[in-house]
Design a protein around this ligand. Structure first.
Ligand code: F6P
Length: 563
């Protein structure tokens, strides 16, 4: 079938023309023109309130973005996702993370396996929490150490960190991802071997970091005197490769299946979420799933004009492909190439790194589904930190730097912390989005300086430095409360926004082939670092910079002495 790139469609061209016309219209002007703007450019899906009024979006922009969505057959693509069609085209698989939270579970194969898997996870978690499941010496578990990386780490780590007040009093959770042995050592320093349970979380059960840490954990247990034939009581695995897990030494009944149709970065709803159930309990895990499901239902059924993930996803397209766009170059435009995510909730401090994987691994693609190079820019750099911390570091860049970085501010409506602290958080959060948008003119800065007693010469010199350009877009995403349900909804909101973007760009959001190359090269280099002479076939493949660096690590004073 002939393939038409989205940038060659009338809908895209209409957006380009519209973007050109809107180029010089500021946010302050949009608000002045339409006093109701603040109440019109917002949408809700309980418990999430999404305000996108502080963006260069008009009714016309919305109409055109919705036309673009229709041109890309977004409705059909959403159905394809939920119905289990093989939307992961390069791996010929569905991406059925939504099935993991659908209720009531029907009798499709995915739903049956989900029900069985959830039952197994919750039963095991309950036994550990009730102190019935014990280690080799009969001691109940006091420490859970999750060994996993990427999607097998970031999701459960985020959720467990988010709700310290709900933690089981006697069970401490640790998350170890890095192959750097110091990461595991730091966690183990706080654990006692006979009361420690390791969750080896790896969909593939072939990830080098996770397997290295699992091997180290096994040695640590042995050195602490745990008998070899009882080691299995200290390990469980969450994986799609049960055979490899068993070969490694995890007893079959302690392997929790992750289905092939769950992508790593979408997997916290699966057995990969076991540490959540262990630390926070099954009710919390279910509430998280419920929250995600409410966003799923909304995504699947709400009109696009009121649909939070659709609006957020289309807004990203608007930012990346149309703002600052030079008409002739769709790929190397000046669109907003990064997005900051700033939760004004300390307990959501890990959200930016979670979203980094979700959004950058999903959308960091240059090839459309048909195998051709993309004609448009795709994806954004995602970064951020908790508010208010960022205000004292990178907000200066957001406010006065030369690059426009749209921000997702995230806050809770009812206090998640002490009331006075929450009030401060909200005041700061709203102040930042307002400052980014409103800015301060040189004239205003000058007048302020004069009012403060500066001379005219001093005010002249300083005014430009103190002015803030403004006109910088941001969203404010407010959770009704800070609960597992709200967090589930928020994470599903971002998952679906990612999908929307991938559909418009016609890229596969569910593979990550790029990361393979680095793995292949590091395998060669790992071998080279351990040999007295680097084998010629390896050397021949290396560029001179990497060869020199290899020498540098291997020469007499380098740490990697060759045997
Ligand atoms: O290398 C990238 C990646 O495959 C991620 O997509 C994934 O979440 C992570 O590695 C861990 O993979 P696994 O769960 O198979 O160990």
């Amino acid at each position: 079938m002939a393939y038409t790139s989205i940038h060659n469609t009338p809908a895209w061209r209409a957006l380009l023309d519209h973007a050109e016309a809107l180029k010089r219209v500021s946010l302050n002007e949009l608000f002045a023109e339409d006093p109701q703007r603040g109440s019109r450019f917002r949408a809700t899906c309980d418990p999430v309130y999404f305000d996108y009024a502080k963006d260069h979006i008009t009714d016309r922009t919305l109409t055109l973005l919705l036309d673009l969505a229709n041109t890309a057959n977004l409705s059909a693509a959403i159905e394809a996702l939920f119905c289990g069609q093989p939307v992961n085209t390069t791996e010929h698989r569905p991406a059925l993370h939504t099935a993991l939270r659908s209720r009531p579970l029907g009798d499709s194969e995915a739903e049956r396996s989900t029900a069985a898997s959830l039952h197994k996870i919750t039963t095991f978690a309950e036994k550990v929490r009730q102190r019935e499941e014990t280690g080799a010496t009969g001691k109940p578990f006091c420490s859970i150490v999750n060994l996993g990386i990427g999607g097998s780490d970031l999701g459960p780590r985020l959720v467990v960190t988010a709700f310290p007040q709900l933690h089981h009093q006697a069970i401490h959770s640790h998350f170890v991802a890095n192959i750097d042995s110091d990461a595991l050592s730091a966690a183990l320093a706080e654990c006692t071997a006979d009361a420690t349970l390791f969750v080896i979380s790896s969909k593939s059960f072939s990830t080098i970091e996770t397997l290295a840490n699992a091997d180290r954990a096994r040695r640590w247990l042995l050195e602490a005197g745990i008998a070899e034939d009882s080691l299995g009581r200290h390990f469980v695995a969450a994986t799609a490769n049960g055979e490899a897990a068993q070969q490694w030494g995890v007893p079959a009944q302690r392997v929790f299946a992750v289905e092939e149709w769950v992508g790593g970065r979408f997997s916290l709803w699966s057995a990969v979420g076991l540490p959540i159930a262990l630390a926070l309990g099954n009710d919390v895990f279910r509430q998280l799933l419920d929250g995600a499901r409410s966003m799923d239902d909304h995504f699947r059924s709400a009109d696009f004009a009121d649909n939070l993930p659709v609006l957020h996803g289309l807004q990203a397209i608007w930012h990346i492909n149309f703002r600052g766009h030079e008409k002739t170059d769709h790929k190397n435009n000046n669109g907003y190439r990064s997005r900051a995510v700033i939760p004004y909730v300390h307990q959501l401090r890990l959200l930016p790194s979670y979203l980094q994987q979700l959004m950058m691994e999903s959308l960091g693609k240059s090839t459309v589904r048909e195998g051709l190079e993309t004609a448009t820019a795709t994806g954004q750099v995602i970064w951020g930190d908790e508010g208010t911390n960022g205000q004292h570091s990178f907000h200066q860049f957001l406010l006065q730097g030369t690059e426009v970085v749209p921000v997702d501010f995230i806050a809770t409506r009812t206090p998640h912390c002490q009331a006075d602290a929450h009030r401060q958080l909200i005041a700061n959060c709203l102040a930042q989005s307002s400052a980014l948008m409103t800015g301060k003119t040189v004239g205003e800065a000058y007048a302020e300086l004069i009012a403060q007693g500066f001379t005219q010469t001093e005010a002249d010199q300083l005014a430009a430095h103190k002015s803030v350009p403004g006109n910088r877009p941001s969203n404010t995403i407010v959770l009704d409360d800070f609960s597992p349900r709200s967090l589930g909804a928020l994470l599903a909101f971002y998952e679906h926004s990612v999908y929307v973007q991938s559909v418009i760009w016609n890229i596969n959001a569910f593979d990550q082939w790029g990361v393979e190359l680095g793995k292949q090269i590091s395998d060669h280099l790992f071998t080279a670092l351990g040999e007295s002479e680097t084998p010629a076939p390896i050397l021949d493949r290396l560029d001179s910079s990497t060869r020199n660096l290899l020498d540098h690590f291997c020469n007499d004073s380098g740490a990697q002495k060759k045997s």
